[in-house]
Design a binder for this molecule. Sequence first.
Ligand SMILES: *Cc1c(COP(=O)(O)O)cnc(C)c1O
Length: 493
Amino acid sequence: MPHTPISARTDATLDPSDWDAFRALAHRMVDDSLDFLRTLPDRPAWTPLPSAVRVALVTEGVPHAPQGESQVYDEFLAHVLPYTNGSRSPRFFGWVQGNGTPLGMMADMLAAGMNPHMAGFNDAPRLVEERVIAWLAELMGLPATSGGLLMSGGTMANYLGLAVARHAGAGYDVRTLGALGGPRLTVYASSETHSWAQKCVELLGLGSVSLRKVPVDDAFRVDVAAMRAMISADRAEGLRPICVIGTAGTVNSGATDDLSALADLAAAEHCWFHVDGAFGALARLSPALAPLVRGIERADSLALDLHKWGFLPFEIACVLVRDAEAQRAAFSLTPSYLRDEGRGVIAGGLTFAERGPELTRGFKALKAWMSFKAHGVDGIAAIIEQNVQQARAFAERIAPVPGIELSAPVSLNIACWRWVPTGFTGDQCDALNRELLLRIQETGLAVPSGSMVHGRYVIRTCITNHRTRWADLERFADGIAPLARAIEAEMRA
Ligand SMILES: *Cc1c(COP(=O)(O)O)cnc(C)c1O
C-alpha cells in the first residue's frame, strides 16, 4: 500500500471511520462474549490449543497495514476466545484463580472507555477508588484512617506491604541508603508462605537469605514459638528483624496461621505485622467464616486479591496499611511537574502515586465498586461460604471411593487428595497422580492443579468459583475413578 503523505491537516485518528458500523460490531462483541459465558457449563473445562491455531498465533509478523476492526475481531473469535487456561469454567479448581463476572467484564469496558489516569486527580474515579479502599478496610476490621492502594495482584499488594514495612523498620533512611545502609534486615514467614515473599525480598534488595522460613505444624500453621526463637537468635547475631508475615489461607491447603499470636509476637518484637490474605482474607466477609481468620484485623498491612475470591476479572488486588502516613513516607516523591496547585485538575495532589511505585494506573476500582454495590457484599460472602461448603462436601463425597485418600484436612476451600492403589510404592503413586491430573485436564473433565503435601504429589481441588454448582462437583467426582483405574492398569501391565 502506498504511504499517504502526512500533514497537519491529515486529521488522522484511531476513532472509527464509520461509527454506526463500529456500534454494530461492538454490540456483536458484547453479545458473543455473553453467549460464551452463558454456555460455559456445556463446554470442556479446558480446550487445548489446536496446532493450526498455535501456528497462526506464533508466526504472524508485525501487522504494518490496517486489517480493519471486524477482521481482527473474527480472528479473535476463532483463535483466542476459546483457548484460555479454563479459569472461567464452572469446573475450574486449579491453583487459586477467580472466574470473572459478566458485570466485571462490562465494568472493565466502561473503565477503559472512560480511561481516567489513576495517579489520583481531582475527579470522580479517584473518589471511587478511595471508597473501595475504605470499604475493604472496614470489612477487614482496620481503622477508617487506614491507607491502601489497589494493585494488579496479590504479589504486588504483598510487595507494597513489605516495602512499607522495610521503610518503617529499617531504623535508618533506607530510601536514601538502600538495603545496605545498616544491619541486615530480616523477615519471618512460614515454609508454606507463597512464593511472592521470596520474589519480594529479592526485589527489595534484602536478598532471599533475609527471608527466614519457619516450620509449620501438622495443620500447616506456622510454629510461633519457633519463629520467636529465630527472631531472638537473629537479633543476637546483630541482624535487624523488621517484619512478621502471617498467611490467611495458604495456597497449598488453605490453612491460616494463628494471626492473633503473630500479632502479639510482632508487637513484643517491635516488628511490622504483615498478613498475606490473598484469598483467605475474603473469608472475613462471611460472619460464619470470619472466626477462621481472627486476628487479621491486627495487621499493620494486609494484602488481598479481588480477582480470586472476589471473583472479579484479572487484575485487581488491594493492600491496606493501618498507618496511612507510613505508606506515604515509603513512596512519596513530588517533582515540580506534578505539584498540587490547590485548584484545578491536580488539586489534592496525586494521592495514589504517592502511595506506591506506579504513576499511571488504570481504573480497576470501577469493577469492584460496581460489583460490591450490585451483588452486595452479602451476596459475594454467600458464594464464598458456598465454596467452603462445596470443598467439604466434595471431600466427603470422594473419601469413601476405594483408591482415594484425602491428603490434608479441608480447612477452607481446598481439598487435596490422591489415588493410592494397593501395593504401589510412594514414587509409583506420585507418577500415577501426575498422570491422572493431566488426563483430568486434557479430557476437559475439570481443571484441578497439583502440589506436594508431606513430600507426596497430590491433586488439589481449590474452589474459588462462583459458577461451580454441586452438579459440576458430582460430575468431576464420578469422572475420577475411570481415569485413575485406566492409568493403574497401564502401570501394572
Ligand atoms: C495467589 C496468591 C498470591 C499471589 O497473588 P497474585 O494475585 O497471583 O499475584 C499470594 N499469596 C497467596 C496465598 C495466594 O493464594
